[in-house]
Design a protein around this ligand. Sequence first.
Ligand code: TYD
Length: 214
Amino acid sequence: MNAKEISPVVKRGKFITFEGIDGAGKSTHIAGVAELVRSHGLSVVSTREPGGTPLGEKLRELLLHEAMHLETEALLMFAARREHLVQVIEPALARGEWVVCDRFSDATYAYQGGGRGLDKRKFAELEQWVHGHLQPDLTFLFDLAPAVAGERIAAQGRELDRFEQEQADFHDRVRQAYLERAASAPERIHVINAGQTLVDIKKQVEETVINYCL
Ligand code: TYD
């Protein structure tokens, strides 16, 4: 192969995830980060879990609205994730695009581990199987008292999914599990006080993305 035939090396994209209890207000900031990255001339794929692929979205519908065994719930989360990785996340990163994702495996540790009380060691095995080679480059954890988050959701006046319908102690456990996970990976997981103003949160999130990834 001569020099002309050597294709330019594509710089792998960055993978940023957003986490937090329901109602913590991450959506606005996910769109903001995608916009920030685009403004630097980079391509971004904005996606979510569970979901992000045609099959994953069907699984999402079941996960959010259909009663099922706790372990089935956890396994379906990882099944949807495997499909998402293979179809969307890994190809985009390999093409040099950035991926911003609304929730990833930290959510399974928090909701199915903390909330539902399943053994987190099982998730470590599944995590290794499904994405042992890949972790997000950066994760934002939007932290908020469940009572405040609950008020925000109630103010939206929409129908609640299976997780949002859970009692306050469920959301307390999810929050606690998220904070424990953040403490175990402080380099990757940045805790954002989601009780601040939108402007302050936006500033903090954007500065972190610029410092860590751009
Ligand atoms: P989300 O997209 O934040 O809901 P909304 O569209 O209402 O903003 O998340 C969907 C729900 O799925 C959320 O309640 C958390 C739950 N979930 C888990 O329980 N485990 C997981 O692994 C993931 C990815 C999500």
